[in-house]
Design a protein around this ligand. Structure first.
Ligand code: SAH
Length: 358
């Protein structure tokens, strides 16, 4: 049966809904849409955090350049290849290469790593390296990169400018960059943090509408977690909005955004994120998977580096080694009655947008 489209007012109503019984309808609808579109398979993407150098000064992120308390690292080609081989041997279909915005990641070096992963393994390659030039993105796509993740964080231009200052002399327009990534042939992913100071319910409803407009292939959302070595996390920077307008950075609110993302982009690949599992170590991953998500991103970063990739403190699974993590996730997926995804698990393309539960 065709239900009415989810309107912006509908999105806003769900974001403000607090009645647990009514919210069950949202969870059930998101879960049903997930089952009917992307099925029961949970795809595992091995995350390799290749560098924590960053030129930016984002007010929320522990990797920001002015955080001098953080020792910096950049993995070698050999180290990255060892992680990729591990991903393939674990049966993961994809590796995600993520970093701070690191000028030390040279265009040709990265292209060579991508070419080697594509030639020596069956893996899909997802990049998440921040805002890079069109030329870099073109070269990496030609080298074989399949997907790119770049969260736009907020569509509120004024809030974005404050929490994500532009580099001197440059403009930062991630929504424009996402369109360019799409035109270069990447499967394109974006998303945001839920509950960042200054994020209002109205602004978040706009952001969720934009997920649909951009027809994203992947949508990553997780709760904002304050980092004490950042202006927002230390309280040094305050962004004032009326308390009743501020979105809370809770597991519940993050789950609502996962569910609504599933309804506006039914075919998208949506992870149950590490940030969600960090706020609720026992249930977080499972809640996301039951409320619209179909992807998990186990961490493959070598142990000594993993603690240094500290976008926020006390990241989940920080002390669990890759093999143990894989087993835990496998058990969790099976316990939910879901299956393990096989192969790269790329985006199936059909119409975006789905019906709304009333
Ligand atoms: N340099 C890349 C990757 C950044 S880390 C980029 O900018 O795209 C990936 C994501 O972690 C960010 O997009 C942001 O949404 C999230 N993140 C950063 N700081 C966070 C925090 N304090 N709490 C929760 N998520 C955070």
């Amino acid at each position: 049966m065709q239900r009415p489209r989810l309107t912006r007012e509908g999105i806003l109503r769900w974001l403000r809904e607090s009645d647990e019984a009514r919210l069950e309808a949202l969870w059930n609808e998101a879960d049903a849409v997930r089952r009917n579109t992307v099925g029961d398979a949970v795809h595992l993407r091995g995350l390799i955090e290749i560098s924590n150098y960053c030129v930016r000064a984002c007010a929320y992120c522990g990797l920001r350049a002015p955080n001098h308390a953080l020792p910096r690292y950049r993995m070698s080609e050999t180290e990255i290849m060892a992680c990729a081989e591990k991903a393939a041997s674990y049966g993961y279909g994809t590796v995600v290469l993520q970093s701070g915005e690191d000028c030390g990641i040279a265009t040709d070096w990265m292209a060579c790593v991508i070419r080697r992963i594509k030639a020596e393994t069956p893996l899909a390659v997802t990049l998440s390296l921040g805002e890079r030039s069109q030329e870099d993105l073109r070269v990496w796509r030609l080298a074989g990169a399949d997907r790119y993740l770049l969260r736009f964080e907020t569509s509120d231009v004024e809030l974005y400018r404050r929490i994500h200052p532009a580099r001197s002399g440059e403009q930062s327009d991630r929504i424009e960059l996402l369109r360019m990534l799409r035109s270069l042939g990447y499967e394109t992913g974006s998303g945001l943090m839920v509950g960042i100071p200054g994020q209002t319910f109205a602004g978040l409803a706009d952001d969720i509408e934009i997920f649909g407009e951009l027809e994203l292939d992947m949508i990553g959302v997780g709760p904002y977690i304050p980092h004490p070595h950042t202006p927002l996390g230390s309280g040094e920077m305050a962004i004032g909005v009326a308390p009743e307008e501020q979105v809370p950075n809770t597991v519940l609110m993050a789950c609502k955004v996962v569910a609504l993302a599933r309804l506006v982009c039914p075919e998208a690949n949506i992870p149950s994120t590490t940030a969600l599992a960090t706020l609720d170590r026992r249930e977080g991953h499972g809640l996301g998977l039951c409320r619209g998500a179909n992807v998990l991103m186990p961490n493959l970063t070598p142990m000594p580096y993993r603690t240094l990739y500290e976008v926020y403190p006390d990241k989940g699974a920080i002390d669990v080694d890759s093999a143990e993590n894989r087993e835990q996730l496998r058990t969790r997926i099976t316990a939910l009655g879901r299956t393990l995804g096989a192969g790269p698990g790329g985006r199936r393309r059909a119409a975006c947008r789905h019906s709304a539960p009333d």
